[in-house]
Design a protein around this ligand. Sequence first.
Ligand code: 1CP
Length: 333
Amino acid sequence: MVYKSLLKAAKGDVVRPTPIWFMRQAGRYLPEYRALREKYSFLEVCQTPELAAEISLQPWRRFGVDGVILFSDITVPAHALGMNLSFEPGPCFESPIRILKDVETLRRADPKELCPSVCQALRLIREEVGSSATVIGFCGAPWTTACYMVEGTHRPGFPTVMAMVQQNPEVLEALLEKVTSFLILYLKRQIEAGAEVIQIFDTWAEVLSEKRYREIAFSHLQKLLDAISDEVPVILFMKNTQAFFPLLQHCHAGVISVDSKTSLIQARNTLGRVLQGNLDPERLRQGSLSEIEKTTREILQEMSGAAHIFNLGHGILPETPLAHVHRVIEVVR
Ligand code: 1CP
């Protein structure tokens, strides 16, 4: 086993066996996660460092993955800013942001005070994994975080956000600015507490065209990346990766997480970065063991000789059989 293999790969080293972890690896496909969630609500888990650390560690204990990601949610920072949040099971805000006054009423505070459980959970995780795995902190990108704060929940296409883009761009701009300032502090606190790599999730970049994203959201993303990328390697995940290639060529993230619709070879030839990905989560859930093995080998072949972190193209699906996860790890190792 290579010491901190994921951290090394994220910094640009060609590490073999390829380090592996799974987006959304702590979650409902794990019986031990479901057992704990029967006793505690989602927010209780996030706000109790021992529980959050335990759930973060579950996939590491079971599979020996090379990365342990903090158990929390991308909407937790908005909760810390004063927005009432529930999970049903996706996030729902009671009073979404609609006008400038809503942005102004958000608290301005130090995430150390607002998110102490996140920092404590990271310390516990780091202590437990020692040198055997890399600890991953995370947040949503400013755009994706703002999408939830404005829409209130996930609605396909985020119609309320798109209306705000057209009709009240100044509200969105003020929100993005405030969110970005908070996320910078939030990630710095995570790094102080033990996060060795940061992943930024920009799942809903895909509701904007590349051109529109560049106009509205890109400067905020770059500001966030610039604030931390000297301290730790940063992985950026954008769904519909291919559509964002021109922008990704200029973005200040060292590692790009590639979705399953995008060709790894093309990403390798175009982006000139460390790549993460991109096994299709549907394939992992529904494929036979031999199909999963074949696809895994193809991905390893496509990335041969290059810095690579093995992962899915998006989050692991709840009904994924554990044996399928085991097989991918076996093949990669
Ligand atoms: O137990 C449950 O039923 C709650 C389901 C759940 C879980 C396990 C939610 C609600 N969030 C999480 C944890 C979570 N979310 C993690 C923890 C660590 C890990 O990866 O194992 C992370 C990193 C996230 C990130 C996240 N939340 C993203 C970005 C990644 C992605 O999948 O695109 C997004 C978009 C969310 C929003 C969210 N929170 C929860 C759900 C079900 C969703 C997605 C769908 C929705 O918005 O309704």
